[in-house]
Write a protein that binds this ligand. Structure first.
Ligand code: FAD
Ligand code: UDP
Length: 400
């Protein structure tokens, strides 16, 4: 493998069987699989000056390992994904826990047995808990939008409390809309948990942090003789799609193209811009051992930011006397502004626009879309890896 800045003057697309656009999970997994399984020579083209996409981590000036594009906690129920990634890293056990700051009181999120008692007092909280158990069963997850449909005064009281204090203001900050105006699958990511487990991802048997960090994982993932990575190159400067053909340097390209960027950008937004939310991330280094009790505290009733993450508590890094925290401020993404399109806004209109772009490329046999941007989906890391493994299988099988 080589990683270099820019494209050398000698770069010859014909020398590559595969061009991968983007060195995040989607691109890096496909690059590795196709190099290994088909002996394909792969050029990975990445416009940032580093690999690992949004999972990129690095040490800040104080020596604290930070996640440059937001806190990333690995969790999956998918054994294939876990086995694959485990070839490139060891894992440090870390079970993610989140507290919501509700007017100064810290309560577990997902809202659980303990949260109920903190919100309603010991006795009433226990009574309401038993009611939830009788209605849904123990150790069950109930999305807030489902709980809100129950026609029972006590369940309504719980639903109203959770809706008002956990979801309403946070969702307004994150999406600029109320929870009932967004796709229920989004708030459904953090269902109420009828039980005592206070982990954010209770269902995930595989959970943790890559022991040497995400960037190191990617260095190993991309470390293959047949894979070359070119950083700081926007693929739109060399590659275009016209009709049912892919062109590189204005010449038809017959190799496979794995595209993990935004589809609207590839076509100069000519049908309109796909909507996204972006984040301003404000990092602050403090001269103290620890700032907050858990790695992430969500501010669900106050403040303009959504959450504060303290990286050391997630990575387990031991570094006395100093810690780095990060506040996330969400806002609408402006196309062509240099902002990062962190979250697709999943609505009927935007999905239809995405489909219009997608139809342009679906008939091109050597052009493949994969990943959070190119599929316009709200994927976690494991979902992207699963999708990239599936796509790689398809290409590998079609080459046989
Ligand atoms: P990306 O990581 O975005 O990679 C795409 C790459 O393509 C980028 O590096 C981009 O620069 C490059 N690219 C795009 N266009 C071009 C172009 N024209 N030319 C060249 N290169 C281009 N998942 C979890 O599992 N756990 C978490 O805790 C978690 N936390 C998250 C927190 C935040 C704030 C966000 C935004 C996401 C989080 N995720 C988390 C999701 C995770 O980041 C994604 O699922 C994953 O990183 C997506 O990988 P990808 O390869 O699809 O996209
Ligand atoms: N959410 C909320 N309050 C919380 C946690 C989550 O309102 O304390 C809602 C919010 O709409 C958020 C969504 O649930 O966007 C999904 O939360 P998650 O933590 O999965 O978001 P991510 O980590 O992907 O930003």
């Amino acid at each position: 493998m080589s990683i270099m800045m820019g494209l050398p003057a000698t770069f010859n697309p014909e020398a590559y069987d595969v061009i991968v656009v983007g060195a995040g999970y989607a691109g890096a997994v496909c690059a590795r699989k196709l190099a290994e399984a088909c002996g394909s020579k792969v050029a990975v083209i990445e416009r940032r000056n580093h690999i690992a996409g949004n999972a990129y981590d690095c040490e800040d000036e104080a020596g604290v390992l930070i996640h440059q594009y937001g806190p990333h906690i690995y969790h999956t129920t998918n054994d294939r994904v876990h086995e694959f990634l485990s070839r490139f890293t060891e894992w440090t056990d870390y079970q993610h826990k989140v507290l919501a700051n509700i007017h100064g009181t810290l309560m577990p999120v997902p809202f659980n047995h303990e949260s109920l008692k903190l919100a309603f007092g010991e006795e009433k909280g226990e009574h309401l808990y038993q009611k939830l158990v009788a209605t849904f069963g123990e150790n069950k997850k109930v999305p807030i939008m489902e709980l809100r449909t129950k026609n029972d005064p006590e369940l309504t009281e719980v639903a109203d409390y959770v809706y008002e204090n956990i979801f309403l203001y946070y969702t307004m900050k994150q999406w600029g809309k109320t929870p009932d105006q967004i796709d229920p699958s989004i708030t459904g990511r953090v269902p109420i948990f009828i039980g005592d487990d206070d982990r954010y991802f209770p269902a995930a048997p595989h959970q943790g942090m890559p022991t040497e960090g995400y960037t190191r994982l990617f260095e190993r993932l991309l470390d293959h003789d047949l894979v070359n990575v070119f950083l700081g190159v926007d693929v739109r400067d060399i590659l275009s799609v016209k009709g049912d053909m892919v062109y590189v340097f204005d010449r038809p390209y017959g190799g496979e193209v794995i595209y993990t960027g935004q589809l609207d950008e590839l076509f100069d937004l000519d049908l309109g811009a796909l909507p996204y939310r972006t984040l301003d991330m404000q990092f602050e280094t403090l001269q103290q051992d620890q700032f907050q009790p858990v790695a992430t505290v969500n501010y669900t009733t106050t403040e303009d930011f959504t959450r504060i993450t303290e990286f050391k508590l997630m990575t387990g890094q031991e570094l006395p006397g100093v810690t780095t925290i990060m506040r996330e401020y969400s806002k609408a993404y402006e196309p062509d502004s240099g902002q990062t399109p962190y979250y697709a806004i999943l609505e009927d209109e935007s999905q239809a626009l995405y489909q219009s772009y997608r139809e342009r490329v679906d008939g091109i046999l050597n052009f493949h879309c994969v990943g959070r941007l190119a599929e316009y989906r709200y994927y976690d890391m494991d979902g992207v890896v699963a999708s990239a493994l599936d796509l790689s299988d398809e290409i590998i099988n079609s080459n046989r």
